[in-house]
Design a protein around this ligand. Structure first.
Ligand SMILES: NC(=O)C1=CN([C@@H]2O[C@H](COP(=O)(O)OP(=O)(O)OC[C@H]3O[C@@H](n4cnc5c(N)ncnc54)[C@H](O)[C@@H]3O)[C@@H](O)[C@H]2O)C=CC1
Ligand SMILES: O=C(O)C1=N[C@H](C(=O)O)C[C@H](O)C1
Length: 251
């Protein structure tokens, strides 16, 4: 049995993870902690893998503490930058299990979103223009979404690798309507009651458009990806930091 502890257990995602772990035949729930609880209760004696879904302002601190305690961590919380990821790599190197510790961070655990991102990156070099629109429930605290940031950065990298220059854009006045520019890619965020998690990548050439859209209507859609990551960390995932569920899929 894989012993799983959940941090952020009282949250929207954490609650789903607790139920998914309880429902998995090969897992058992160890500890379910939330804000104010003592993270040092989690140790290799009671936990194989921790699943962390909290808030961007707390996640890095939680992960660094858990690494220092020697447990492997699956992280779904947003807010990750290359600088923060580097802090995790350094913490693993300085931690109690430098050659064996595993941390996995995924911007999105839904297969629809992972594939949309994958296809958008494949398509990027064929289109003069690309923009990202993400649409979420209004209780979300961060904008743009971690997934949209990841998609935009990956599109930008694909364009750079293909030797493409900036996208055409004659805008001279912008009160904010052109969105956030992420590595040269415009990202737009919608917050609307009734939505859950949705993303569109618009790719355009003269006279044509490709739209790649992923819709997550229910948080249950993230659970197969979370359980896959837990199983891979408990088994054959490489030591160190891994980013993105695509690492565990045959894409
Ligand atoms: N990677 C993915 O597939 C997905 C990622 N997310 C991300 O997961 C995160 C959580 O989302 P939700 O569950 O909707 O938020 P939420 O606000 O419902 O839950 C967050 C929980 O974390 C707890 N918390 C806050 N600070 C804490 C701390 N220091 N230690 C322990 N617990 C703490 C809160 O009390 C709350 O129960 C967000 O960053 C969101 O963007 C959400 C959906 C899917
Ligand atoms: O807060 C959410 O709900 C979600 N957060 C993640 C993100 O910011 O990308 C993943 C998904 O979009 C749902």
């Amino acid at each position: 049995m894989i012993r799983v502890s959940v941090v952020g257990a009282k949250g929207r995602m954490g609650g789903h993870v607790v139920e998914a772990v309880r429902g998995a035949a090969d897992m058992e729930l160890a500890l379910a902690l939330d804000a104010g609880d003592d993270l040092t209760l989690i140790s290799p004696e009671n936990t194989d893998v921790v699943v962390e879904f909290t808030v961007p302002s707390a996640s890095l601190g939680n992960v660094l503490a858990l690494v220092a305690q020697g447990v492997d961590v699956v992280v779904g919380t947003t807010g990750w930058t290359e600088e923060r990821l580097e802090q995790v790599r350094q913490a693993i190197a300085a931690g109690p299990r430098p050659g064996g510790q595993k941390v996995f961070v995924a911007p999105n655990f839904a297969i629809s979103a992972v594939l949309a991102d994958h296809f958008a990156v494949q398509a990027a070099k064929y289109f003069e223009s690309a923009e990202v629109i993400e649409m979420h429930h209004p209780d979300k605290v961060d904008a743009p979404s971690g997934t949209a940031l990841h998609t935009a950065r990956a599109i930008a990298a694909a364009r750079r690798a293909a030797g493409m220059g900036p996208m055409p854009d004659a805008t001279q006045t912008d009160g904010g309507s052109r969105g956030q520019v992420v590595d040269g890619v415009h990202v737009h965020a919608v917050r609307l009651r009734g939505l859950n998690a949705h993303e569109e990548v618009l790719l355009g050439n003269a006279g044509e458009q490709l739209v790649i859209r992923a819709d997550s209507f229910d948080r249950g859609s993230f659970m197969p990806g979370v359980l896959l990551a837990v199983r891979r960390l408990a088994a054959d995932a490489p030591a160190g930091l891994t980013v993105g569920l695509d690492s565990f899929l045959d894409l």
